[in-house]
Design a protein around this ligand. Sequence first.
Ligand SMILES: N[C@@H](CCC(=O)N[C@@H](CS)C(=O)NCC(=O)O)C(=O)O
Length: 245
Amino acid sequence: MIESAEATARVAGDGIYRLHGAPDNANFVVRMVLEELAVAYEFVSVDRASGEQKSETYRKLNPQGLIPVLEVPGQDAVTFETGAILLMLSERHGVLAPDPVSPARGRFLKWLFFISNTLHADLRISFKPHRYMPETACMPDLNAALRSRIDASFAILEQELAALEGPFLLGADLSCLDFYLAACARWAQIYGTCGRWPADGCPRLMELFAQLEARPSIQRACEHELIEGAPFTAPMPVAFAREKL
Ligand SMILES: N[C@@H](CCC(=O)N[C@@H](CS)C(=O)NCC(=O)O)C(=O)O
């Protein structure tokens, strides 16, 4: 993470990334990737406790009032949506994703969209189910449906890892998908109202996560995000209570 004006000056060309977020929110995914890319960035803290993400000022960055936002040098608008940010970063730096004309591109895109619009989207509902189901009597049904959908998504990803013989979701090559998937697996084990994802039923995913935990980039990201211990294989909620995700 950028700490000084001197470090800012090292940033290639046209400026510096600026990541808006709060500990262990979806910015964690983006931060892991920025750390892996070894680019300088500033972190702008968003105060979830006071609902800053819903403020008029923050909504100018993301009208949904959601975290994360990434300000990208040279762009005429900020980027929001975790999946879009990952795609933007991998394209700008030419790493952590197969080349657009490579045979693996379709595989990359389908899993990126699957993680973003199915797995992550279902997790989001499990964190705030009352937003989707005001009727408390129906909450057990919603939670049961979420439990089965989330488990099924991880099972599909486990199958893909087995088919490609890992160690990463795209096989031999690490990609930004691995970071996104690992964060979702973390949250699925410690947050949400529909029970915990039973990770030990997916041994290949756990092997992948153990490998990721050894990466210095992820260790640095965890430190900045106040995440202690093994973030994916034995996750613990961040130390202070918060408005989760
Ligand atoms: N689809 C969005 C979801 C982002 C999201 O769920 N952000 C959460 C934090 S992890 C948030 O801002 N929650 C605040 C709220 O719902 O008010 C993305 O991928 O960026």
